[in-house]
Design a protein around this ligand. Structure first.
Ligand code: AMP
Length: 215
């Protein structure tokens, strides 16, 4: 199953991708995670990407297209994958079509997770992540039992630099201007399915499951 998880920042793409990956045994490919790993390791790519990420802007298409091209040829993608955070521009979507065509594959579905803007800001500004295992928390909706400490592994929780209020606004603007046009792009290809992302994680996943099980 070849899936794109689509939606604005804070819609819950990462959380749902993890659920899909565990339940359907296909890899979760998050371009945001790949870029953050590069930033953390101080690679040339990471240093270049950081400039854009810190401002809430998109990293140039050619960088992302290269990352995806290399990742999709890995053997663990043979039985499918979930793309989270890619594509984010029409140019990236066109490149994905070309990459898949060359591999003799195609997308099965684009799940568009919908959440209103006001809720996205609340979700993103309260989000905290474990620096050790990557588990996600929310100060209001799913706080850790001990302030600043991960329940799963005891790691320290941190706030992503781009989850700070001033960057969130720019990320949402970037999404609306450059990424949202992809909704029409995939609707036209007849592979777009809208998912209400406002409910509980389990309920949103059940909606996704019913779509995937009927493919
Ligand atoms: P995310 O974790 O998906 O919210 O991504 C964090 C940041 O990484 C974004 O705000 C962008 O700066 C960058 N990024 C991730 N994926 C892409 C992409 N497909 N195209 C361009 N920039 C990206």
């Amino acid at each position: 199953m070849n899936i794109v998880l689509f939606g604005p920042p804070g819609a819950g793409k990462g959380t749902q991708a993890k659920e899909i990956s565990e339940n359907y045994h296909i890899p979760h490919i998050s371009t945001g995670d790949i870029l953050r790993d590069n930033v953390k390791n101080g690679t040339e790519l990471g240093n270049k990407a950081k400039e854009y990420m810190d401002k809430g802007e998109l990293v140039p298409d050619e960088v992302l297209i290269g990352i995806i091209k290399n990742r999709l040829i890995e053997p663990d993608c043979n039985n499918g994958y979930i793309l989270d955070g890619y594509p984010r521009t029409i140019n990236q979507a066109d490149a994905l079509d070309e990459i898949l065509e060359n591999l003799g594959k195609s997308l099965d579905v684009v799940l568009n997770i919908e959440v209103p803007d006001e809720e996205l800001v609340t979700r993103l500004s309260g989000r905290r992540i474990c620096s050790n295992c990557g588990a996600n928390y929310h100060l209001k909706f799913s706080p850790p039992s001990k302030d600043g400490i991960c329940d799963v592994c005891g790691g320290k929780l941190y706030q992503r630099d781009d989850d700070k209020e001033e960057v969130i606004k720019q990320r949402l603007e970037t999404y609306n201007n450059q990424t949202a046009p992809l909704i029409g792009y995939y609707k036209e290809k007849d592979i777009l399915v809208n998912i209400d992302g406002t409910g509980k994680v389990e309920d949103v996943f059940e909606d996704i499951r019913s779509v995937l099980d009927n493919l």
